[in-house]
Design a protein around this ligand. Structure first.
Ligand code: NAD
Ligand code: DAU
Length: 338
């Protein structure tokens, strides 16, 4: 049986990844290390109670002793754990630098000591900054525009340096915006879907013409699995991951309102995000040519399944929106003049 250490496996993508991998492989054990910050939710993993192939450990990726113990005996590490919300990084960047950079450093050190066979660093397309006229390719310069993106860039290049310096078998992925079940309702889609269900306003930053490239979370998990199993000749490489489905915030908002049969009048244009990136989009030719991976889910299917999940799982998001102190504090502070 192979064992992998998944960090951040109680968050949005991590949860989906744990389910994806356990469903796909019978002979796989996952050690799931998560600090359970405001964004981590153990309830996501309730159906895995009693599942011997999944071991949950509450802890911090910055805890070198703990990480060292867990990594021993693991074949690979997939590092999802991070502070992930751009808006929160604008209010307060410290935790981003601590977890995203220092935490990755701690994992890399432990991986080096244990002689790990594959380290997948989950980076992001945010590292490129604004894509401008052409989708960003793996060789483009990195021009992060928010403290979140800059922290992720630090981690991305630190991981690379452990390959060039110590020959650690690192592969770095840079994915576009994910959508799907279990996304914390501070991010665009879950925030707007759940607000619209309650007939609350949808705060569109600035013009709403900013575009993002959207991928269904299950397709992202499939791509990570592909990278995890890639030949050693790809060590040290970067792979963009995306579905080449670019839509503006207003287009996403209209889709949500149409699906829920709610009026466009719920849209409220509010003060823009500082440093707001106009366009994120990536080229995906490299992962297709080198590893044979491409996304499978159509945009309509992905959006439909996502919105429907929030309709079917009201208690999941209401517990956060109506009872979680951290959520309410952040929403009050960040949206007070919006
Ligand atoms: P998320 O915020 O939903 O989950 C992050 C998880 O990490 C949470 O469970 C949290 O408890 C955990 N965590 C935070 N700090 C930790 C620490 N110090 N130690 C251990 N666990 C800790 O995030 P997500 O959207 O699932 O993103 C996962 C990863 O994917 C991140 O690295 C993010 O940068 C990257 N990414 C996300 C997207 C996206 O669209 N969501 C796109 C590209 C890349
Ligand atoms: O590109 C990958 C990145 O995608 C990940 O690395 C990040 O972790 C993830 O949070 C996401 O970042 P974004 O900033 O693109 O996601 P967010 O959902 O916060 O915003 C998407 C777009 O919607 C962006 O243009 C800002 C806009 N927006 C967002 C919110 C929350 C609004 O107009 N109003 C809002 O209230």
């Amino acid at each position: 049986m192979k064992t992998i250490l998944v960090t951040g496996g109680a968050g949005f993508i991590g949860t989906n990844f744990v389910y994806f991998m356990l469903k796909k492989y019978d002979d796989l054990k996952i050690i799931n290390l998560d600090k359970l910050t405001y964004a981590g939710n153990l309830e996501n993993l309730d159906p895995l109670k009693g599942e011997k192939r999944h071991e949950f450990v509450k802890g911090d990726i910055c805890d070198r002793e703990l990480v060292g113990k867990l990594v021993k005996g693991c074949d690979a590490i997939v590092n999802f754990a991070a502070e992930t919300h751009v808006d929160r990084s604008i209010l307060s960047a410290g935790e981003f630098i601590q977890t995203d950079v220092q935490g990755t450093f701690c994992l890399l050190e432990a991986a080096r000591e244990a002689g790990i066979r594959r380290f997948v660093q989950i980076s992001t397309d945010e590292v490129y900054g604004d894509a401008g006229d052409n989708p960003s390719s793996e060789t483009d310069p990195l021009m992060p525009r928010s403290p979140y993106a800059a922290s992720k860039t630090g981690a991305d290049r630190l991981a690379f340096s452990y390959f060039t310096t110590y020959d650690l078998p690192v592969i770095i992925t840079r994915c576009t915006n994910n959508l799907g079940p279990f996304q914390y309702p501070e991010k665009l889609i879950p925030l707007f879907v759940t607000n619209a269900i309650d007939d609350k306003q949808l705060p569109v930053y600035g013009s709403g013409k900013n575009t993002r490239d959207w991928i269904f979370v299950e397709d992202h998990c499939d791509a990570i699995d592909t990278v995890l199993h890639a030949d050693d000749k790809h060590n040290g490489e970067v792979f963009n991951i995306g579905a080449n489905k670019e839509f503006s915030v207003l287009e996403i908002t209209s889709f949500i309102l149409d699906y829920l049969k709610k009026p466009q009048s719920l849209i409220k244009h509010v003060e823009d995000r500082l440093g707001h990136v106009k366009r994120h989009a990536v080229t995906t030719g490299k992962i297709k040519d080198a590893l044979g991976w491409k996304s499978k889910t159509s945009f309509d299917d992905a959006m439909g399944r996502t919105v429907q999940w929030y309709l079917d799982n009201e208690s999941w998001w209401r517990r956060i929106k109506e009872k979680q102190e951290d959520y309410q504090k952040f929403m009050k502070e960040y949206y007070k003049n919006r």
